[in-house]
Write a protein that binds this ligand. Structure first.
Ligand code: CAA
Length: 283
């Protein structure tokens, strides 16, 4: 399979990062979102990241301009009609994702791969919304995409070896490390990470220690680059809650029950860095 043209759906923190690394690797990238203003914001972040790389001597001005020229904006899913792969990074919601995949199935060429950057939703269920289940796969990037090396690749029940291999090759071309996992709730990354974050929130909820103390223990004691509560704010508490609910529902085991404090923060709209307030304040 020869992948050259990519559409990335969603210009948020994950989608813009994915579009950036694809454009840097020489792919022709269409960045798609619902509104022009979302695209402008995403393109702004990409330009800022690339300029920083030039300042730091990691790339030349010419390489930056080449990456930017590989990017085009789109608010119309119909623009998927010529692409070789779509990487969907829309909101974590099964109804929205299946709707997008069903539409893409009608629009994208027959050979195109439909990949999802979902952080925990079943790939097999997303694939079932299409008539090309063997060409649907999970391609789970980590945040911040330009920095983090891992891409978790998740095979749906019907994904073919050929499609898996094409995604593994593409991941390597992005200078990332592919790791193959099976389609179970939370895959590997979030099955392990989110219960740890949830437990950190329980630790706060039960008054065992302050926000700062919990983060300090995990940073200095376990050598984590960020404490779990800082990381939760960074990921978004709404996303953390959604993933915990997916694990709880998927496994039916009470050990995945979301902490009531996490629910309360999300209800208050304190969803972390993106809203200006989570476990910490950002102004
Ligand atoms: N976009 C692009 N580059 C970024 C960035 C961003 N959002 N954030 C930081 N960077 C770059 C910085 O520019 C800096 O680069 P330079 O070499 O040019 O200075 C470099 O990363 C290091 O940044 P900082 O010095 O500011 O800070 P740091 O050393 O603490 O590193 C970090 C920042 C890489 C984010 C680090 O704190 C870290 O690894 N944190 C944990 C991240 C993590 O666990 N991610 C996974 C989240 S879970 C997930 O994504 C899956 C899911 O489904 C929820």
């Amino acid at each position: 399979m020869n992948i050259k043209k990519v559409m990335v759906i969603g210009a948020g923190q994950m989608g813009s990062g994915i579009a950036q690394v694809c454009a840097q690797a020489g792919y022709s990238v269409i960045l798609n979102d619902l509104k022009e203003e979302f695209l402008e914001r995403g393109m702004g972040v990409i330009t800022k990241n690339l300029s920083r790389s030039v300042e730091k001597g990691r790339m030349t001005e010419d390489e930056k301009n080449a990456a930017i020229s590989n990017l085009t904006k789109s608010t119309d899913l119909q623009d998927a009609e010529n692409v070789d792969i779509v990487i969907e990074a829309a909101v974590e919601n099964m109804e929205i994702k299946t709707k997008i995949f069903a539409q893409l199935d009608e629009i994208a060429p027959a050979h195109a791969i439909l990949a999802s950057n979902t952080s925990s939703l079943p790939i097999t269920e997303i694939a079932a919304a299409t008539k090309r289940q063997e060409q649907v796969i999970g391609m789970h990037f980590m945040n911040p995409v330009p920095v983090m090396k891992l891409v978790e690749i998740i095979r749906g029940l019907a994904t073919t070896d050929e499609v898996y291999q094409a995604i593994e090759d593409m991941t390597k071309s992005l200078k990332k490390v592919p790791v193959e996992v099976n389609d179970f709730p939370g895959f590997v990354s979030n099955r392990i990470l989110m219960p740890m974050i949830n437990e950190a929130i329980y630790t706060l909820y039960e008054g065992v220690a302050t926000v700062e103390a919990i983060d300090e223990v995990m940073k200095l004691g376990m050598n984590h680059p960020m404490g779990p509560l800082t990381l939760a704010d960074f990921i978004g508490l709404d996303t953390c809650l959604y993933i915990m609910e997916t694990l709880h529902e998927g496994f039916g085991d009470d050990k995945y029950r979301p902490c009531p404090l996490l629910r309360k923060y999300v209800k208050a709209g304190w969803i972390g860095k993106k809203s200006g307030r989570g476990f910490y304040s950002y102004s």
